[in-house]
Design a protein around this ligand. Structure first.
Ligand SMILES: [Zn+2]
Length: 114
């Protein structure tokens, strides 16, 4: 389950952004590319576990899936898809060169005073 290591990375990114401010985290939102193979429910669960005992304990995680983009290796068409692997709309070939969509992006952090 790679969601657990992703949740740890996310927590690290949140800590770096907040630095030493005396706040607690109430809500976090991330976007994940469809080709990252992240299961939102697993990520939310892992995030809850990683946050236990930290200032993000009990924070809500909102996960939005965004379309991935590939370039077809055969005909060169660039296409978007919202699955793990895309199919070229031009020639029907699966896969191709992944241009984006295997990443997780930290969008917003909502905080409250301690
Ligand atoms: Zn193609």
């Amino acid at each position: 389950m790679h969601e657990l290591s992703l949740a740890r990375d996310l927590m690290g990114a949140i800590e770096r952004k907040l630095d030493r401010g005396k706040v607690r985290v109430v809500r976090v939102s991330v976007s994940v590319g469809s080709a990252a193979g992240i299961v939102p429910e697993s990520l939310r669960f892992a995030f809850r576990v990683v946050c236990e005992g930290t200032r993000a304990d009990g924070a809500e995680l909102s996960v939005t899936t965004i379309a991935a983009r590939s370039r077809c290796a055969d005909c060169g068409i660039i296409f978007e898809f919202d699955a793990l692997i895309g199919r070229c709309p031009g020639c029907g070939r699966l896969g191709g060169e992944l241009l984006s969509g295997d990443e997780m992006i930290l969008r917003t952090i909502a905080v409250a005073d301690v």
